[in-house]
Design a protein. Structure first.
Length: 220
């Protein structure tokens, strides 16, 4: 298991959007978790359910299905879920925001999340299992980071059998390993692995389109 701790890739500007996304996600999670209604109440109402999208229906006590493409991106199932996502968002998101600028970064983040959800829907069109989490959008950030900063150094906590240590890895190794793990874990543990895969590929393939009007600066 590889867990990123930080990267050696300083930014020129403060990542206001990345920090705002983290604050929003944490606030929403804590509000829902400690709400008298309970977290499950909000998941039932505002998660994305593929069946609704593919069959053009709205299940009882649910918000409008198209809106769930956005609301589901700001919901998490437990503390480990949100903690893991926010660590990845902070480490990799600030540099992508620095490259794109705040407006383009916000668009890129949201469209990555929607694209990731669509890939999940393609593979599970009849599923009624709620889809939640920022993972798909963050996966798009990871794909973009791989293309933009492949040789940035990632301080990584390694836990592998009897090996427990912190090492520095090039971003391309860390992110390709991460992507490989998503592929081999498809179908395991109720995680939306295809959303991760779809978001990552979207970020990798379309980051240059979002940067079209900016000076292209693919760093090594």
């Amino acid at each position: 298991m590889l867990i990123p701790l930080k990267d050696e890739n300083p930014t020129k500007k403060f990542p206001f959007v990345t920090l705002s996304l983290i604050i929003a996600n944490v606030f929403i999670f804590l509000y829902q978790y400690f709400s008298p209604n309970g977290l499950l109440y909000y998941i039932k109402q505002m998660s994305l359910i593929p069946y609704e999208i593919t069959h053009f229906v709205s299940l009882p006590f649910r918000i409008s299905p198209p809106l769930t493409f956005f609301t589901s991106l700001f919901m998490h199932g437990d503390f480990f879920h949100i903690a893991g996502n926010m660590i990845y968002l902070w480490i990799f998101g600030n540099n992508v925001e620095d490259f794109l600028g705040p407006i383009r970064f916000t668009m890129f983040y949201l469209i990555s999340g929607i694209s990731a959800s669509l890939v999940h829907i393609i593979f599970y069109p009849n599923s009624t299992i709620p889809l939640i989490g920022a993972s798909g959008a963050i996966s798009g950030i990871l794909g973009a980071y791989l293309l933009l900063y492949p040789y940035a150094r990632i301080h990584t906590f390694v836990f592998l059998f009897f090996i427990v240590k912190i090492i520095q890895l090039p971003a391309y190794f860390f992110l390709i390993f991460w992507f490989f793990m998503q592929i081999i874990n498809v179908g395991v543990g109720g995680v939306a692995w295809f959303a991760h895969i779809g978001g990552f590929l979207f970020g990798l393939l379309f980051i240059s389109a979002f940067a079209r009007k900016r000076r292209r600066r693919f760093l090594s």
